[in-house]
Design a protein around this ligand. Structure first.
Ligand SMILES: Nc1ncnc2c1ncn2[C@@H]1O[C@H](COP(=O)(O)OP(=O)(O)O)[C@@H](O)[C@H]1O
Ligand SMILES: [Mg+2]
Length: 165
């Protein structure tokens, strides 16, 4: 993935959960039907925390929990939100779920542990890798594969996550 040429990156140092929420809010605002965001990072890095903030800013009012045991959970916001955790799935099992229906559907997909199913992801998607630095600091690497994700990274590099509207 890295170095594939057709990729833009934005690196974000998050000093708190609130910082992570700002990035999630920026991305939620940009999301359109068919947006796919893959999330990776060790246990406790903040994949679910990011997803909860993202859901909130997509207008989801339900409580968003870790979907580890349910694999896919659907929420209603400004757009449908499909929150997935593929940690417990084999590639074959994931394949059988027919994920394309979600990836190319009317909603937004958040996929925790997406690197386990890279082969099944669409060609274009946004990848978010979260590294734990200490109790509250995370290095978040946002990679845009294809468009509009590359453009999102270019905008983030130019203006950061703050939008004054
Ligand atoms: N900067 C930060 N960004 C995101 N989460 C953070 C940050 N600092 C501390 N946290 C905490 O880290 C934990 C991340 O847990 P969770 O999102 O469940 O991880 P994962 O889904 O990656 O296993 C949460 O308790 C969250 O409050
Ligand atoms: Mg999680």
């Amino acid at each position: 993935m890295v170095g594939s040429g057709n990729e833009e990156q934005f690196r974000y140092i998050s000093k708190s959960l609130a910082h992570t929420e700002q990035l999630a809010a920026w991305l939620a605002r940009r999301s359109i039907p068919g947006t796919v965001i893959g999330l990776d990072g060790d246990l406790g890095a903040g994949k679910t925390a990011f997803s909860q903030a993202f859901a909130k800013h997509l207008g989801v009012s339900d409580v968003v929990n870790s979907p580890t045991f349910t694999i896919i959970k659907e929420y209603e916001g400004r757009l449908p939100l499909y929150h997935m955790d593929v940690y417990r799935l084999s590639l074959d099992e994931a394949d059988e779920l027919g994920l394309d229906e979600y990836f190319f559907g009317e909603g937004v997909c958040l996929v925790e542990w997406s690197s386990l199913i890279t082969e099944l992801l669409p060609e274009g998607y946004l990848h978010i890798s979260i590294e734990t630095e200490d109790l509250s600091e995370r290095t978040i690497t946002v990679s845009g594969l294809g468009e509009p994700y590359g453009q999102w990274c270019r905008e983030l590099n130019e203006n950061g996550v703050n939008i004054d509207e």
